[in-house]
Ligand binder design. Structure first.
Ligand code: KIV
Length: 270
């Protein structure tokens, strides 16, 4: 008996890093094997983001997301894809304490999911940890600006950089993660001019979300851009209306069941 294993040729982390200033990097989140397979046809990288706690599991923030949940969804997305780089978020509480703790959990994520990189939140304060991981073979995507895991210290999901006096802190954060070896950095929820300054200040690709069209790439949460959530922030362009479509389908199904219009001849076994 011979087993034929299909060769999967994914894009690579160095290929993404080399896209600085080039063709914009396309990325979306995914948490599910079959939707990831669709996204995989168009995205350079797919993020298994901890936003899954909010958009899939109804949590109020990402703070409560456990490591095992990230690993479970990470495995599904890796199984469903063959082309995009898969990046898995390190959830709150799994990396901040020490570089060694971050390594243990990042290695667990990579071994169990077979993803190609991890993402963690924070600028200068996480630089030592990023260097530690990268030196030990773990590609890291950083995340600066509005960092949702810090929602409680920020007092809400607040756009950053409205006060120009604080810009240098954010620019220094992006420089620190780039110097530490991050291969790309998500820039979330900052005013447009600050996003442009960050993009100009670092030699790694910036991936914007609620940032600027001049970032080196863009990312959105899939469920947001598909219109699956009852509310979406200003920075989301809604490309589909899956919420109303699901409701209409469920309503018609319920009507058919009640009127015995389903199942028909076509849907029963003889
Ligand atoms: O968790 C997530 O979906 C993210 C994106 C918003 C970048 O971190």
């Amino acid at each position: 008996m011979s087993s034929q294993k299909e060769t999967i040729r994914r894009k690579t982390v160095p290929q993404l890093a080399a896209r600085k200033g080039g063709e914009p990097i396309v990325s979306l989140t995914s948490y599910h094997a079959h939707t990831a397979a669709i996204v995989d046809k168009y995205a350079d990288f797919i993020l298994v983001g901890d936003s899954l706690g909010m958009v899939m599991h109804g949590m109020e923030s990402t703070v409560g997301v456990p490591l095992d949940l990230m690993i479970m969804h990470g495995k599904a997305v890796v199984r469903g894809t063959r082309s995009a780089v898969i990046v898995v978020d390190m959830p709150f509480g799994t990396y901040e304490e020490s570089p060694a703790m971050a390594f243990r959990n990042a290695a667990k994520i990579m071994k169990e999911t077979q993803c190609q990189a991890v993402k963690l939140e924070g600028g200068a304060r996480m630089a030592e940890t990023i260097r530690y991981l990268v030196e030990r073979g773990i590609p890291v995507m950083a995340h600066v600006g509005l960092t949702p895991q810090s929602v409680n210290t920020m007092g809400g999901f607040k756009v950053q950089g409205r006060d120009e006096a604080a810009w240098q802190v954010h620019i220094n954060d992006a420089k620190a993660v780039a110097d530490a070896g991050a291969f790309a950095v998500v820039v979330e929820g900052v005013v447009e001019d600050l996003a442009d300054k960050i993009t100009a200040a670092v030699d790694i690709p910036t991936i914007g979300i609620g940032a600027s069209v001049n970032c080196d790439g863009q990312i959105l949460v899939l469920e947001d851009m598909l219109g699956l959530n009852p509310w979406t922030p200003k920075f989301v362009k809604v490309y589909g209306q899956l919420g109303p479509m699901i409701e209409d389908s469920v309503k018609r199904y319920a009507e058919d069941v009640k009127s015995r219009a389903f199942p028909t001849e076509d849907e029963v076994y003889r």
